[in-house]
Design a protein around this ligand. Structure first.
Ligand SMILES: *Cc1c(COP(=O)(O)O)cnc(C)c1O
Length: 867
């Protein structure tokens, strides 16, 4: 029989253990081991069966069981203790509270996905996990962040395999009442709702769920509400589902609905208004339009509202892959805005924000990343190399500037250590270091650990992974249609003493899941090496619409199905947070072989590193800046001149060589045996501990530990972006937006007259026939500013080395000073430049707009170079 109606009954707990509900409701338990242990102790078997989900666990108890628990004095004491601990965690001063009063009172963080815990599957991959780690680290640091996102009814899909290794997708629907969420309600108890008008008189309403991520509230909008028509209800059905209109409406809801939800939350809770808005990837960019709408409805002009909104907006771009950037048809965006989404904002202005107004841009497209950059005064990529790539990728928006000057900085991603470090490592750290937290800065003491102890722990972690692999593999084969009798072999796949290599990530083409299959015979030989075998654990989901990705998975799985190798190489379906938490710690080596430079940052290797895994990776993303020669291995990239086929051959060959000749010998201690042999005749080394390998592990933990931590990342965001953005925002808002109005008027005037600015003539004096280092070149620049004044501009001498095609390299900049008003809008600027290197030396002169409220000189994309 089918139920015609369903609802979830919330458990009512007896008073003595009532705080369990609060402990289950705040996701801090997901990175707080003592709270997890408390839940586990309530019923260990049910805890495992319910996938370590506290809300589900509490819901599974009968009234009698609850009465029994409530009568257990020891349990009641632990519940109280952990409840008090949570109180302390939520209330005490932390790092952020030591900052001055200029630190923003509140920061809004918008992201299309959040990977916080396996119980709240609202992510597809790296972007979501990163956002989850950002919130957790902000909580640990006491940063007053508020997260905003969407609640997807089915999250991302679950992956399984067909018999012939084709990816299958299912979308199990979540029941919000069974999740650690609270519905935001008006004072009268009715659900708080936001509303956006849609074309043809339709409307899109959403209610607001709140998740508590430690100290950080996360507001999730849900369009599955009674007042919506079917189509509107389905807008938050799944992550990145459907085609253009569906996706566009999700993003309108996230950005515009998200700001409306924040305003309701402020009103209901008295939370201070966010002073900074962080747009995590282009998808959330419409938040800027909603803020401009707010400002215009209070009387600001478009330009003024734009200036004020940009001042405290931070935009983070996450992909160097053009196909990874959201683009909509201009007409489609126009269609939605003409329905009155932002009634005070002229639609042409909205459209202009997303216009690809540069060489090679498509005039029919509305580009979300481009809008993100235009709506934020500060922008960044997510690793140093990604900063470089992003400056090149978006340089068309700043014509006339060298790419190095494109105003996109970088903050390298990090991972939330308490979430991703295995509890056994955390315990060892606690025991040895005597510190409460496993915070990264303590890791330097890891050098004091005994090698044998580290090695034993690594083996335990490897064994633990292997147990999980066997269980998952068997389950996967059953889904693929195999019977128990055929599956005895799964109980002995992988070997706890064999070098274990992990590879798990989404499966877009550039990540090259199947690079390892380039030479199948060579891979097979590595797997089956008589003394130094390797074993591989692989996982990853392909986007449902990506046939090529699915084919890669199929090729790989077919290879792993071969009885000759299947004990040494496995593919595990349904890569997710739960799998990842066992996988990262269990792998000795973490493999990553993307097509450089298409990996923006990558974070899985960081999670491996904090568990004592060594990275073997192409020098892309974070590894490009953090590989130091002793913390792992770099797979060399082929020259860009070769064909894609050759490139894959070359890079795969380099990978095999590294594995065979460097990685495996070090793991198996063959190097130290050789060294012992060289010292004189002796038994083959009886020491089972590969000391050089352990030395690399210790070095990795000690040096990468602090560098890859999400606390480091969030501190960087606070110091480099949030504080400056809050300062700009305060200036812009003061005295009824006086500065924003002035800046807007100034920008309009400068843009208007800029085409008339000319460097008419440049003289250089004092250059002898044989210039030497230390000589000064005096420069006189005659500049025509017409209606602009010398205060509106900087006139600069830019000098450096000159390349063969007359480009300046390694430039230095010197401001020239106003010497004389020559009348008629003409001025003489001059200054001296010191020759600071031998060889070719050159300089040029340029004029830039200058205003105290610009964040960088390139901000307006205006420059006049001497010609
Ligand atoms: C860390 C993580 C990712 C992101 O890994 P990348 O290295 O950035 O590709 C994706 N999925 C899960 C489950 C993760 O834990």
């Amino acid at each position: 029989m089918k139920a015609i109606r369903r609802f979830t009954v919330r458990t009512v707990l007896p008073p003595s253990i009532a705080p369990l509900a609060r402990l289950a409701g705040n996701l801090r338990w997901s990175w707080h081991r003592p709270t997890q242990q408390l839940f586990e102790s309530l019923n260990p078997a049910a805890w495992q069966e319910l996938h370590q989900d506290p809300v589900a666990l509490l819901g599974s108890f009968t009234r009698e069981q609850l009465q029994q628990l409530a009568a257990d004095a020891e349990l009641v004491r632990r519940v109280r203790e952990l409840d008090a601990d949570l109180d302390r965690y939520l209330g005490e001063d932390r790092w952020y509270q030591s900052l001055g009063a200029d630190a923003p009172q509140s920061i809004a963080y918008f992201s299309p996905e959040y990977g916080i815990s396996a119980v709240l599957p609202q992510y597809s991959g790296g972007l979501g996990i990163l956002a989850g780690d950002h919130l957790k680290a902000a909580s640990d640091l006491g940063v007053p962040l508020i997260g905003v996102g969407l609640l997807y009814a089915a999250g991302y899909f679950k992956q399984s395999l067909s018999r012939d290794a084709w990816q299958q997708e299912t979308y199990p629907v979540l029941d919000p009442d069974g999740l650690p969420l609270t519905l935001l309600r008006e004072e009268d108890g009715s659900p708080a709702q936001i509303m956006l008008p849609l074309p043809n008189g339709r409307k899109l309403q959403a209610r607001i769920w709140r998740a508590d991520v430690g100290r950080v509230p996360l507001l999730l909008l849900d369009s599955n509400v009674p007042g919506n028509d079917e189509a509107a209800r389905a807008i938050t059905d799944r992550l990145y589902g459907g085609g253009g209109d569906h996706r566009l409406q999700q993003e309108l809801l996230l950005g515009m609905g998200g700001v409306k939800a924040l305003r309701i939350y402020e009103r209901l809770t008295g939370t201070p208004r966010p002073e900074v808005f962080h747009t995590n990837e282009g998808h959330a960019g419409f938040l800027g339009i909603e803020r401009i709408q707010e400002l215009m409805s209070s009387g600001l002009s478009w330009n003024e509202a734009l200036a004020a909104g940009r001042a405290n907006t931070v935009f983070t771009t996450h992909t160097p892959v053009p196909a990874g950037i959201d683009r909509f048809d201009v007409l489609q965006v126009a269609h939605f805005f003409r329905a009155g989404l932002a009634p005070d904002v002229p639609t042409e202005h909205v459209l202009a924000l997303g216009e690809e107004s540069y060489d090679g841009g498509d005039p029919t497209k509305f580009n979300m990343a481009v809008m993100g950059l235009r709506l934020a005064q500060r922008a960044n990529g997510v690793a140093k190399l990604h900063g470089v790539v992003s400056r090149g990728m978006f340089s068309g928006l700043w014509p006339g500037f060298d790419t190095e000057e494109v105003p996109i900085t970088s903050v390298t991603n990090g991972v939330h250590v308490p979430t991703w470090v295995d509890h056994r490592i955390a315990e060892l750290a606690r025991e040895k270091l005597g510190s409460e937290s496993v915070e990264a800065r303590h890791w330097e003491k890891v050098y004091e650990f005994a090698d044998a102890e580290v090695w034993n722990l690594r083996r335990q972690l490897r064994s633990n992974l292997i147990d999980d692999v066997r269980r998952r593999l068997k389950a996967s084969w059953k889904k693929r249609g195999a019977g128990d009798a055929e599956l005895a072999w799964t109980a002995s796949v992988l070997d706890p003493d064999v070098l274990t290599i992990g590879f798990a990530r989404r499966v877009p083409t550039y990540k090259r899941l199947t690079l390892m299959l380039r030479d199948p015979a060579r891979l097979k030989a590595l797997l089956l090496h008589p003394e130094r075998p390797i074993q591989l654990v692989i996982a990853g989901k392909s986007h449902p619409a990506d046939e090529q990705g699915k084919r890669m998975i199929q090729d790989l799985v077919r290879f792993t199905d071969d009885p000759a190798v299947r004990h040494r190489i496995v593919f595990l379906p349904n890569y997710d947070i739960a799998m990842a938490r066992t996988l990262f710690p269990g792998c000795d080596v973490w493999l990553n072989n993307p097509l450089r430079p298409l990996e923006a940052c990558g974070t899985s290797g960081m999670k491996a590193a904090i568990n004592g895994g060594l990275n073997l990776s192409v020098l892309d993303g974070w590894w490009d800046e953090m590989y130091d020669g002793d913390n792992g291995w770099a797979i060399p990239s082929a020259s860009p001149a070769v064909s894609p086929e050759e490139r894959d051959d070359i890079e795969a060959a380099a990978l095999y060589d590294l594995l065979e000749n460097h990685v495996a010998p070090r793991f198996y201690g063959s190097e130290q045996a050789d060294a012992a042999g060289a010292a004189g005749p002796s038994e083959p080394s009886a020491d089972p501990v590969p000391h050089q390998w352990i030395a690399m592990i210790k070095h990795t933990l000690a040096t990468l530990g602090p560098a890859v931590s999400a606390e480091r990342m969030v501190q960087d965001y606070v110091q480099q972006l949030y504080r400056p953005a809050a300062a700009s925002g305060r200036v812009a808002r003061a005295e009824h937006f006086k500065a924003a109005r002035e800046l807007a008027a100034w920008v309009a005037r400068v843009r208007h007259f800029w085409p008339e600015v000319v460097v008419e003539h440049v003289d250089s004096l004092d250059v002898t026939d044989e210039p030497q280092i230390g000589d000064t070149v005096r420069i006189n620049a005659y500049v025509r500013l017409e209606e602009l004044t010398p205060e509106d501009v900087s006139v600069q001498a830019v000098h450096g080395q000159v390349t063969e095609n007359d480009e300046l390299a390694q430039i230095s900049i010197r401001d020239l000073t106003l010497k004389e008003d020559l009348g008629d809008g003409r001025f003489l600027f001059s200054g001296g430049v010191t020759i600071d290197h031998s060889g070719s030396f050159g300089y040029t002169v340029r004029v830039l707009p200058r205003h105290q409220h610009l964040a960088t000189e390139a901000e307006l994309g205006l420059v006049t170079n001497a010609s």
